[in-house]
Design a protein around this ligand. Structure first.
Ligand code: THU
Length: 122
């Protein structure tokens, strides 16, 4: 059976990346047991690009999920890829505390608080 990081690696195949050619995949495990995958979706207006992590989170939340176990992220990088700051803030909103970072061959688990010790709240 595929692990969460395997699913993130496979999700890269659906990345829409005509500009950067840099494919990112994510796989988000909800407490319901369902897994939501995502890939990055770019736009000619570059700032409208949606990262893989946020694609997966928005898919899950829009299906009614609110509680999560972990998210895995993968890209073809030398060291396991790190999420951008915007994605970390969105992970913080939904308390996605376990973050599995990967490249094509390695993985390592960190906690969201390692990556984002303080986040914006209202
Ligand atoms: N990207 C992600 O999908 N996730 C991140 O956390 C960082 C960056 C994407 C956005 C863009 O399509 C490409 O990587 C290069 O920045």
């Amino acid at each position: 059976m595929d692990t969460l990081i395997d699913m993130a690696r496979k999700a890269r195949s659906n990345a829409y990346i005509p500009y950067s050619k840099f494919a990112v995949g994510a796989a988000l495990l909800a407490k319901s047991g369902r897994i939501y995958t995502g890939a990055n979706i770019e736009n000619a207006s570059y700032g409208l690009t949606i990262c893989a992590e946020r694609t997966a989170i928005v898919k899950a939340v829009s299906e009614g999920e609110r509680e999560f176990e972990a998210i895995a992220i993968a890209a073809d990088t030398k060291a396991p890829v790190l999420p951008c700051g915007a994605c970390l803030q969105v992970m913080a909103e939904f308390h996605i505390d376990r973050v599995i970072l990967g490249n094509l061959t390695e993985e390592k688990e960190v906690s969201l608080s390692d990556l984002l010790p303080h986040n914006f709240t209202l």
